[in-house]
Design a protein around this ligand. Structure first.
Ligand code: ATR
Length: 271
């Protein structure tokens, strides 16, 4: 039986084992997918051990996505461009890395939510690993503008410099926000994990603006309460979680799993 895993720290609450077992069952594939609590500073050793013990591939979540990028011998375009890897797979015995976060995000937004980024003005809040994982995919959909707003200005600046060749990306400071009218707000910060209140003026968004939070479950409550209060349509990151998982599964098994409503329901009960 093929062995897969997800490395992260923390990892206890990961929904990935449930998602991948569900996909496998639906496709009549026998596999084991287990959560592995990675040790900080020992990713390479532990990842190598898993493969030595017969692992066929694995996912990587916080905080090891950059370590995984260094670990893989061959990186796909999605990994190279984001300098991070969430899916390790073997090709002729060689360790390869891909990043399915960006395509997962776009697929959820475009196919599930039916929202087209083209010609839209986007405000993306946050400038950490989560932002890095999706920015190239956003820019590939031809938005009018993508403005990055982050608590720490320098981090937003670095991110913009990394991606400025890919499209209309720029940084925005707090006092310039009031001059804007955005169509789409994307939250990539981790502020909801600590239940920190989310605040942005309603006036900087168009009447029919929508909000997408990469967080889900309790971590998305800060942004969802703000969106509700301000009458902005809100979507959490559960759809992206499912779509990026479906892409990883496809890379490993060559079969596209179905992301069904019943799977969504099962996950919602776990959150
Ligand atoms: P991830 O890989 O999940 O993106 P990260 O690299 O630690 O994690 O980045 C977290 C992001 O959330 C950062 O943009 C961080 O802002 P800073 O760059 O200023 O640290 C943002 N963030 C976390 N807590 C926040 C808070 N209370 N208010 C505003 N931004 C916050």
């Amino acid at each position: 039986m093929k062995k897969y895993a997800v490395f992260g720290n923390p990892i206890k609450h990961s929904l990935s084992p449930l998602i991948h077992h569900y996909f496998a069952k639906n496709l009549n594939i026998n596999l084991i997918y287990k959560p592995i609590l990675g040790t900080l500073g020992k990713f390479e050793k532990e990842a190598e051990e898993f493969l030595q013990q017969g692992g066929s591939g694995f996912n990587i979540t916080l905080p090891f996505k950059q370590d995984a990028f260094k670990f893989s011998k061959i990186n796909t375009e999605s990994a190279k461009i984001t300098k991070s890897v969430n899916t390790i797979f073997l090709k002729d015995g060689v360790v390869c890395g891909a990043n399915t976060d960006g395509v997962g995000f776009i697929r959820d937004l475009k196919i599930n939510i039916k929202y087209d980024i083209k010609n839209k003005n986007i405000l993306l809040v946050g400038a950490g690993g989560a932002a890095m994982g999706i920015i190239p995919s956003i820019l590939s959909e031809y938005p009018s503008s993508l403005k990055i707003y982050n608590r720490t200005y320098e981090k937003a600046l670095n991110l913009c410099n990394d991606f400025k060749n890919l499209g209309p990306i720029s940084i925005i400071k707090e006092n310039y926000l009031e001059k804007e009218k955005f169509d789409l707000l994307i939250n990539t910060t981790s502020l909801g994990i600590n239940n920190v209140k989310f605040e942005l003026p309603r006036g900087i968004f168009n009447k029919d603006a929508i909000c997408y939070d990469l967080s889900y479950g309790k971590a998305s409550h800060s942004v969802s309460s703000w969106a509700k209060k301000n009458n902005i349509l809100f979507y959490d990151g559960l759809g992206m979680l499912l779509e990026q998982a479906a892409d990883s599964f496809f890379i490993w098994e060559g079969k596209k799993p179905l992301v069904t409503e019943s799977l969504r329901k099962i996950l919602l009960e776990k959150l």
